[in-house]
Design a protein around this ligand. Structure first.
Ligand code: NAG
Ligand code: NAG
Ligand code: NAG
Ligand code: NAG
Length: 388
């Protein structure tokens, strides 16, 4: 059976005519598989250094934790259930889009044969408004129907949540995906018109005490990753959270001052913008700027991938992202990953840029593994701190 090599890229863009969500699932010619380059300090170890433990410092907060499974340091998926009695689905938790959907029994695509499908007839709480939706992706499309049902995520029980039931799914994109559906954590302005994204429903139904959620993404270990809703557990990061206001509460988009190596600016010369996206595996930037970074290494392009000699990894400098005066270094062990064929490949990837979005960077899971990230809907800001 052919091994499916892909990375999820759910970067969304509005279309002027329709409120459709676009995201790309870019096929990879070369599997990126990470090899252990370092040992991760365990949360337990870190807790030992902290006084008092997080749980005791915030006893009355309703923080709901949803465990995520790390798939090859590329995608992080978590289980939710939909309906009464519950039907279980594995979801990609995506801050780059705002809609939630799962495969359905109405769908005959191969992608629906290979995944869990939602059966509305088996749920006593299901309601069907019958509105047809289509979500357009970089490499294909998904069409579906809108429905309402109870969704359980961690210990949150969300009543009457809108979600999509797929009718068709692009097989190239979804057939071998390790998740059944997508759970969008973006702003309502990005969602299908007239629908309320799941986190907005959570806030509306007062299921949490603070309108925030946060991701801790593990490195090289399948277990231990988590998305928490309603508050922040400080055992997952070191030091203080540094807050950055969103450029505009629409995408999870923040201003970036510069990208440098050894004190020299290598990209984002006159400041730029970056989107923080858990649905994107890699670091995506304008093609020319990414090229400008790569040309500092003694490597070569293999199709879209940039190959770096493996023996260089230990001597390569950090690539430093400066955000509101604070440096966020990305070390070589994070920006180089080992591929299935044993090649060392850059996790920076160029994107053909449209004129209006020329400077836009996407900080994907490569960045989010290094920095614990809080998404604050209450104050429209992002909090960052080094992950444990
Ligand atoms: C999700 O459910 C599957 C099947 O029940 C289970 O094997 C897996 O460990 C669960 N994943 C998480 C992150 O809890
Ligand atoms: C569910 O939500 C939809 C849209 O927000 C609303 O029209 C419908 O009446 C709700 N149903 C229930 C049972 O609350
Ligand atoms: C829920 O929140 C959304 C977005 O914040 C808002 O537009 C909508 O009216 C709210 N719905 C209810 C039922 O309160
Ligand atoms: C916390 O959760 C409990 C039960 O899950 C609920 O009764 C309570 O209202 C919640 N508190 C807040 C502040 O949301």
């Amino acid at each position: 059976m052919p091994r499916n090599c892909y990375f999820l890229s759910t970067w969304t863009q509005e279309r002027s005519m329709k409120w459709l969500v676009i995201f790309g699932l870019v096929a990879f010619s070369e599997c990126l598989v990470t090899i252990p380059l370092r040992k991760v300090k365990s949360i337990r170890e870190n807790l030992r250094d902290k006084e008092p433990p997080a749980e005791e410092s915030a006893p009355q907060k309703n923080i709901s934790q949803q465990p995520l499974r790390n798939h090859l340091d590329m995608i992080y998926v978590g289980n939710i259930t939909i309906g009464t009695p519950p039907q279980q689905f594995s979801m990609a938790f995506d801050t780059g889009s705002s809609d939630t959907w799962v495969p359905s029994i109405y769908c005959q695509s191969m992608a629906c044969v290979t995944h869990n499908t939602f059966d509305p007839f088996q749920s006593t709480t299901f309601q069907l408004p019958g509105i047809v939706i289509d979500l357009h992706y970089g490499s294909g499309t998904m069409t579906g129907l809108l429905g309402y049902d109870t969704i359980q995520m961690g210990d949150l029980i969300i009543k009457n949540q809108t979600f999509g039931l797929s009718l068709t799914e692009d097989d190239i994109v979804f057939e071998h995906a390790i998740f059944d559906g997508i759970l969008g954590l973006g702003y309502p302005s990005l969602a299908i018109k007239g629908t309320t994204p799941i986190f907005d429903t959570i806030m509306n139904q007062s299921l949490i005490s603070e309108p925030v959620f946060a991701f801790y993404l593990s490195t090289e270990t399948e277990l231990g990753s988590v998305v928490m809703f309603g508050g922040v557990l400080d055992c997952y990061y070191k030091g203080d959270l540094k807050w950055v206001s969103l450029s505009k509460p629409h995408y999870w988009q923040i201003p970036l001052e510069r990208i440098s190596m050894k004190g020299k600016i290598v990209a984002c010369k006159r400041a730029c913008q970056a989107v923080v996206d858990t649905g994107t595996s890699l670091m995506i930037g304008p093609r020319k700027q990414v090229y400008n970074i790569h040309k500092r290494f003694s490597g070569y392009y293999l199709q879209d991938l940039y190959v770096i000699p493996c023996q260089d990894i230990n001597t390569l400098p950090d690539i430093v992202f400066t955000i509101e005066g604070i440096d966020y270094p990305v070390p070589a062990r994070a920006y180089v990953q080992k591929s299935a064929r044993g090649l060392c490949v850059s996790t920076f990837q160029g994107r053909r840029s449209r004129s209006t979005r020329k400077q836009l960077w996407i900080l994907g899971n490569v960045f989010l593994r290094l920095y614990f990230t809080v998404f604050d809907r209450g104050q429209n800001r992002i909090g960052l701190a080094p992950a444990v």
